[in-house]
Each structure stands twice: as structure tokens, then as C-alpha cells.
Design a protein around this ligand. Structure first.
Ligand code: GTR
Length: 329
């Protein structure tokens, strides 16, 4: 009798799924990861995530796949970051810029002229500092999987060629949605309007703003070059792109699957950077062909000097990170 009761109890437990709780196991259940990107399907960041998906597909015989939603199909960057925190999106590839509003330590990567060159920025994000910053996102609902290339951001506008800090005076620039970029533009004597990326083209065309700032590929693929004819290569920012995974989804995966996803992300990084270099060169060629005036003969030092108030404001929270980045040679 006792045995029968025990059997009934065990069956009841199994039926209610109580035995199924606890550590997730790697099983045969297909896992489809939903990924968002603001850029179109052929942009280097999207190609990077697609490569990550191909690797996962191959390594798991199709058990883990990535379903890519490019071109803001799931919303503007800020919304997709929030959706990823909530677990409605599994992977978002975004600029670090807007993420700094949620993970303040990341703002160190958004400080103007914090990096001396592309090489310096790669050394920082690929080293100890990059690993520590990736770990910081875990307190905010994300798992950080890696850093993609994004080149340098420079100012462009519809009004006049900018050759000096003085030339920026009075112009209105769109910036990414993070206070640090508003402070940056204000320090240069211009005014800043934080705005979603998808709204910039119309804002430029209607004169709501005079300009914006971005790298060559974004300037070109967003068609901003059609309305903004002056691009000044002041290279004030080198904000990297980041691959963020939803912590909510992550915690439901087995340790083996988590390791596979980390590896696939890591292996997609060099591929994305190669694609980046090709796209940056191509975008620049297209800008020249389209008649954009690219101003390269500028003295960056006065731009760097003008950033002192921005550094003063963020120094209290970020001084150790700033010093460590500057010490990387
Ligand atoms: C691009 C970046 C996008 C987006 C955009 C922007 O360089 O790749 O993720 O952040 O800039 O300015 O909003």
C-alpha cells in the first residue's frame, strides 16, 4: 500500500512539473534567439550577429538559432535595449552610447577623445578593462558578450564646413540619448538635441536640427549625406558597439549552451571588424562620389581642450576608469 502511495505521489510530482525545476539541462528543445539591430541586413553589426547565428546553428545541428530583426523592426535602439532587459528580445546589438544611461560605468567609453586611435580602443575593450565593463552590465539585466567596431564619430551638418571649434557656434546637433553627449556638444558652444536615430533624416531635412554626428557607414547608410553636405573629420568619439544578451533568457539556459553562445559571440568579433573596415572604406568612397565635402585638415587639439568641463563633470565617478584607459599604450 505504502509503495502504491509513493508511486502515485511521484507520478503526481512529475505531472505537475515539480521535478523539472532547478538547473536547466541542455536538451533537444529548439532555442530560437530573437535579435534586434537598428541597421539594415547588410550592415557590419548585423552581419556579425548573423555569423554568430550561423556558428550556433552549425555547432548544435540547428538546435540553437538566431532570428534577426534588422532595420529597427523591433523599435528604436532605446526601446530594444529596454525590451532586452525585460526578456522580450534576447539579443540586442547597440551602440554603448545609450546603454550608459543604464550602466553608468560604460560612460567612460563615451567620453570624447578618451581613445587615441582605433588600436587604442581595441586594446582597451579586448583587455582587462573591457572584460570588467562587460561584467558590469550583469547588474542591470544583461549579459555582455562582446565589442564590435564602430570607428570614429565626427560632426556633419547642412550649413557650412566646420574647420574649428568656433565654426560650431550656434549650430544645433542631434546626439544619441545620453546626457554625456549633450554635455559634449554644449562644451563646444553648439546646442544638442537627443533624438532616436530613425528621426534624424527628417529632422535634418526640415531644419529642426542643423547636423548630427556619426561614423562614415552610419552617415552613408542612413542617407543623411543627401541633406548634410559637410562632414568634418574631428573624430571626437570612438564609442564601441556592444552585444547584449537578456539576463532573463540567459538564466534559463544550460551552462553548456551559455558557453556555446559566448564562444559564438567571441568568434563573430574579428569577422565583424573585418566587415567594418571594408564598409568604412566603401562608405567614404560613396560620400566622395556623392559630392560631400569631407574636411580633414583640422587641428583636433582645440576640440580636445574644449572637453575639459565634460571630464570635470564625470571625473568624480569615472576617474579610475579614465586613468586606466589612458595608461593603456
Ligand atoms: C550608429 C550605431 C547605432 C546607433 C546610431 C545612432 O553608429 O551603430 O547603433 O547608435 O549610431 O547614432 O543612434
Amino acid at each position: 500500500m505504502k509503495n502504491v502511495l509513493l508511486t502515485v505521489l511521484i507520478l503526481a510530482f512529475i505531472a505537475t512539473g515539480l521535478f523539472a525545476s532547478g538547473e536547466p539541462e541542455a536538451g533537444d528543445e529548439p532555442i530560437v534567439l530573437k535579435a534586434a539591430d537598428t541597421h539594415a541586413i547588410d550592415y557590419p553589426t548585423v552581419l556579425g550577429i548573423l555569423r554568430m547565428g550561423e556558428l550556433l546553428d552549425e555547432w548544435t545541428d540547428g538546435r540553437i538559432t538566431i532570428e534577426m530583426y534588422p532595420s529597427k523592426q523591433l523599435g528604436e535602439e532605446k526601446e530594444t535595449i529596454e525590451q532586452t532587459q525585460l526578456g522580450a528580445i534576447d539579443i540586442v546589438r547597440t551602440s554603448v552610447g545609450p546603454v550608459g544611461e543604464i550602466v553608468p560605468e560604460l560612460n567612460v567609453l563615451s567620453l570624447p577623445y578618451i581613445f587615441r586611435s582605433a588600436e587604442h580602443s581595441y586594446k582597451v575593450v579586448d583587455g582587462e578593462i573591457g572584460d570588467e565593463l562587460l561584467a558590469k552590465v550583469e547588474d542591470h539585466g544583461f549579459v555582455g558578450l562582446g565589442w564590435y567596431a564602430s570607428g570614429a564619430r565626427s560632426f556633419y551638418n547642412t550649413q557650412r564646413p566646420i574647420r574649428s571649434v568656433e565654426d560650431l557656434d550656434g549650430l544645433k546637433f542631434r546626439v544619441m540619448q545620453n546626457e554625456v553627449f549633450v554635455d559634449m556638444v554644449n562644451a563646444l558652444g553648439a546646442s544638442a538635441t537627443p533624438m532616436a536615430y530613425g528621426e534624424v533624416y527628417t529632422a535634418l531635412s526640415t531644419g529642426v536640427i542643423d547636423g548630427a554626428e556619426n561614423n562614415y557607414p552610419s552617415f552613408y547608410t542612413s542617407n543623411h549625406y543627401e541633406v548634410a553636405n559637410y562632414y568634418t573629420q574631428d573624430e571626437h568619439l570612438r564609442v564601441p558597439e556592444i552585444i547584449l544578451f537578456s539576463k532573463k533568457t540567459w538564466d534559463g539556459l544550460s551552462a553548456d549552451d551559455q558557453a556555446l553562445i559566448r564562444r559564438a559571440a567571441a568568434e563573430s568579433v574579428p569577422y565583424q571588424r573585418e566587415q567594418w573596415d571594408m564598409m568604412a572604406a566603401e562608405a567614404r568612397r560613396q560620400m566622395v562620389d556623392a559630392g560631400v565635402e569631407i574636411i580633414t585638415d583640422i587641428d583636433k587639439q582645440p576640440f580636445i581642450d574644449a572637453m575639459a568641463p565634460v571630464y570635470a563633470k564625470y571625473a568624480e565617478d569615472l576617474s579610475e576608469w579614465i586613468a586606466r584607459i589612458q595608461a593603456v599604450d
